[in-house]
Unconditional design. Sequence first.
Length: 276
Amino acid sequence: MKPADLKAALKAKTPVFGFMISATASMRWGRVFAGSTLDFVVIDSEHGSRDRQLIADTVAQMQSLSITAIVRTPNTDEVWVAMALDAGADGVLVPYCETVDEVRHTAIKAKTHPLKGEYYEKVVATGEYPSEKSEKYLNNRHKDRIFIMGIESEPAANRVEELIECAPIDAVFIGPNDMTTSLGIPDEVDNPIYIDTLSKILKAADDRGLPTMIHQQTISTSAKAIELGARFIMHSSDAGILLRGTQDEFAELRKIAGKKHGGVAEVVAEDTLDVV
């Protein structure tokens, strides 16, 4: 799905589906992604070790398959937003936003790049552009750009309405691992404290016409997110789906082989991935 179509679908409150690219690097994976039915991917450069060239190559590969390519930046410094856009990204996901200043600087960078320096800071501070012509040019250049604000801590959740309203954002992201850790209940995704926090953020976003993305790792937790109202659906990652697909299919093959030949021990699969 191209970014303009993705934004239109989200505006119409139609769910869209994607996952995190956290492990794959070879361009030969394009054949796999071509048959994936994904609407979007989020290319991780927060926890993933990707240089600018690899990000640019991955973005181009996804776009060649009509998959919207969003880059998760390492942090809330707007320079990473500029680098992602220079790599051709259709959008950015800025993680762990907690302050109005962080959101305004990164969101406005996503909507005004390559404007920089004093005039960029003036847009951040006052909304005033160098000229009407510059404003029209930048608005048209970034009309399909997607900016996703990461709400991943209790302080951010407590001021989510203020953060949503302070800048031109397109969606809200929740990272369950970071959020539950901040809430003092690491990875307790069924804990009522976490569910209540999710519901609060989802309502704040939905009241303002914005979709919420929750990065869940399993079908059951993604289903819960959908039930709560998430429609920007980011399920698992390339590594997670490869791991669980391998586990599930070989578990089934072991059962079949055991019935035929006997002596095939059941293997208890372990989740060896870090959830980020």
